[in-house]
Design a binder for this molecule. Structure first.
Ligand SMILES: NC(=O)c1ccc[n+]([C@@H]2O[C@H](COP(=O)([O-])OP(=O)(O)OC[C@H]3O[C@@H](n4cnc5c(N)ncnc54)[C@H](OP(=O)(O)O)[C@@H]3O)[C@@H](O)[C@H]2O)c1
Length: 246
């Protein structure tokens, strides 16, 4: 049985919706202190209203993509405010489904900002030994099946997730001597606001899954395992959570 205590402090990005929200709620239910980050204050508050231990759920309203260079400093500020950090679940992200001829460089860069540069700069801040608990620290980054199995019209999204998965492995190798673990999780189609935002996606994809589309907790449970000390010998991996889709 996985459990945490309130001295274990985890950052969860994307905590206002979908996989991030589910992860924040589950971590909190299992006893950890959670710092939930997102832009939408109303949705963050709604998430906190659902959680089991509201006194251990802290909210930070922030656009993570607005000042990427200073994210290591932001992590330091969070550590000063809440205490040394045990882990990070990076669940923020956006999707784009667009054929090659419609790609726009500005939009592509915006997607890469939140799906790639932000998580890497957060990892940089997190890896600073003044900010984390040292041995036992765990970072988990949500990539996507799209980074491995590249469907049409997913040029930018697939690229951002493949880049993230590759960099996670490099960072993990660098941090392993410090007993800091770094992994990624690559889900396929999970029922969240992100997938309902893509026209016809659910109807098109559902028949491909023998057990139906995934639910938020199908991914959140994997994230929790990787954050916990039950996975203390696991690092540098990319776990595919796809019901055999690939
Ligand atoms: N759902 C799926 O089928 C699926 C499959 C594979 C991979 N994924 C990946 O899993 C992650 C979560 O997806 P989801 O389905 O849970 O999406 P979602 O429900 O749309 O949630 C995305 C989260 O990211 C946050 N976010 C986006 N831009 C942000 C920014 N600039 N600053 C701070 N927070 C920001 C959003 O919060 P605010 O809007 O409040 O800022 C929201 O909480 C994404 O990386 C996605 O690519 C999802």
């Amino acid at each position: 049985m996985i459990s945490f205590n309130k001295e274990q402090i985890y950052i969860v990005t994307g905590a206002s919706s979908g996989i991030g929200e589910g992860t924040a709620l589950l971590l909190n239910e299992l006893g950890a202190t959670v710092i939930g980050i997102a832009r939408n204050e109303e949705r963050l508050n709604a998430m906190r209203n659902k959680c089991k231990y509201p006194e251990n759920m802290h909210l930070e309203i922030k656009d993570l993509a607005e000042d990427i260079e200073n994210l290591p400093q932001y992590i330091k500020e969070l550590k000063n405010k809440y205490g040394k950090l045990s882990g990070l679940a990076y669940c923020a992200g956006i999707v784009e489904v667009k054929p090659l001829q419609l790609l726009d460089l500005h939009e592509m860069r915006k997607l890469f900002d939140i799906n790639y540069f932000v998580p890497i700069m957060m990892a940089k801040g997190f890896a600073d030994k003044r900010n984390n608990i040292g041995k036992g620290t765990s970072m988990v980054f949500i990539a996507s099946i799209a980074g491995v199995h590249c469907d049409r019209a997913m040029t930018t999204y697939s690229g951002s997730k493949a880049a993230l998965t590759a960099s996670v492995k490099s960072i993990a190798r660098e941090l392993a001597p410090h007993y800091i673990r770094v992994n990624s999780v690559s889900p396929s189609d999970i029922i969240t606001p992100l997938t309902s935002g893509v026209d016809g996606l659910r109807a098109r994809k559902e028949p491909l899954y023998p057990m139906g589309l995934g639910e938020v907790n199908d991914v959140a449970n994997m994230i929790i395992y990787l954050l916990s000390d039950k996975s203390k010998w696991i690092t540098t991996q990319n776990y595919i959570v796809d019901c055999g889709y690939m």
